[in-house]
Design a binder for this molecule. Structure first.
Ligand code: TRH
Length: 382
């Protein structure tokens, strides 16, 4: 059933780097449409990145319909826009500059659209104070509002689809389904009994040192690495090209390169593994909804600002789990450390960290889901 308001919505996404920008915007678009019946147009400048996480994307199409969502290639054109082109809600992602002609058309609408600047996720305290603040356009009669995802009920909460937790619980309660999923990725019955780890990180992570610790450790580890992730370091371990299907075992460690998979399958990978290494923003949030232990590799920022953000998150998340703090700081280059000793401590504490992951999930559920929170906020502005 279509809602009274909003009925139509546009998202503007510029891919700054990698897959998180489009990953989050695509998740937003799908949820607005599927769960709230809103007609969504997604403007995105990089269809090739989009296709990596959603193979149905046609990289040559200026306009295409994907699952009921209109996807428009945003090739830097300003173009002619009229009020008829403007939806009820306009979301600019991470403060992108939407076309000036589009903004002029927004200002001519009566009533004017609700304009949202969707910001990045951070656990820092200031976020609560900035969430939902208005910002007036210097010239036009338009106000945009900042919307911050976050970890408390004074923020927008976290992106979570309505059925996500139920689907995950059913999958995790079904060992045959998990084994079949991992089996399709090449995991053998023997590897199924090992500690199963997924690895998604930036190239500068100390992967070589971690592989050494796993190789020499007492517990068998199977590490599943999507193709293209930390390629050089993975190739050094494999001693061959790190293409999907490549695999090598040394000591207690097996490394398997798996295909970079569609977004929905990636969730299943996180649900099936005992420990997930994630990065950026979207995979980090998905790891939290997997309710399993994870290590976050934060997106690097100038002047090491990301270390402040990392610490802010760990302070909230890593309660009574010192090994998780130590390991995370070292994984992110915030501190020096011996990977083998850090791993030994982390491994010993994994059961406690797993319990914490479940408590955290319950805590995050209480904040509602971001899309519903955003729509409730938008309705207060009309
Ligand atoms: O790819 P990321 O590093 O993306 C981002 C962007 O670089 C962005 O500019 C920056 O602002 C942000 O990080 C902090 O990491 P992220 O956010 O985890 O996004 C990865 C997306 O890719 C996510 O939607 C999950 C998806 N994915 C798949 O669909 N299949 C896969 O196999 C993997 C490994 C990921």
């Amino acid at each position: 059933m279509s809602p009274e308001f909003p009925r139509t919505l546009a998202i503007f996404c510029k891919v700054v780097d990698n897959y998180g920008d489009i990953g989050i915007c695509w998740r937003l678009a799908r949820q607005f449409h599927a769960e709230h019946g809103i007609a969504v147009t997604l403007w995105v400048d990089d269809l090739a990145s989009f296709r990596r996480i959603w193979p149905q994307v046609d990289t040559r199409a200026d306009v295409q319909d994907i699952g009921g969502i209109t996807v428009r290639h945003w090739a830097g054109q300003d173009g002619e826009f009229s009020p008829a082109d403007i939806p009820d809600v306009v979301i600019e992602f991470f403060g992108v500059d939407i076309p000036p002609g589009y903004i002029e058309a927004m200002a001519q609408c009566e009533p004017r659209p609700v304009w949202i600047n969707y910001e990045g996720l951070s656990a820092e305290e200031w976020v609560e104070g900035c969430h939902s603040l208005p910002s007036m356009h210097p010239r036009l009669k338009l106000t945009k509002h900042f919307f911050f995802p976050g970890f408390t009920d004074k923020t927008g909460g976290l992106l979570r689809e309505r059925d996500l937790v139920g689907e995950r619980e059913a999958f995790q309660a079904d060992p045959a389904a998990m084994a079949a999923f991992l089996g399709r990725l090449g995991v053998t019955p023997n590897e199924m009994t090992s500690l199963k780890v997924s690895l998604f990180c930036y190239p500068h992570a100390p992967v070589t040192e971690l592989f050494e610790a796993w190789e020499q450790g007492g517990q068998p580890v199977t590490c599943l690495v999507p193709e293209g992730v930390a390629r050089e370091k993975v190739e050094a371990f494999l001693n061959k090209d790190a293409d999907a299907g490549a695999c090598a075992t040394r000591g207690a460690l097996t490394v398997r390169v798996i295909p970079f998979m569609p977004q929905t399958d990636y969730d299943r990978l996180l649900w099936a593994c005992d420990l997930n290494f994630v990065r950026g923003e979207d995979s980090w949030v998905r790891a939290q909804w997997a309710a399993r232990p994870f290590i976050w590799h934060i997106y690097p920022q100038d002047e090491n600002l990301h270390h402040v953000k990392l610490r802010a998150f760990l302070q909230k998340y890593a309660v009574n789990t010192q090994s998780l703090i130590d390991f995370s700081l070292c994984w992110n280059g915030e501190r020096e450390g011996q990977m083998d000793a850090l791993w030994t401590s982390l491994q010993a504490e994994l059961p406690t960290i797993a319990r914490r992951a479940q408590d955290w999930e319950a805590q995050m559920l209480a904040n509602g889901d971001l899309v519903s929170n955003l729509l409730n906020f938008v309705r207060t502005l009309r």
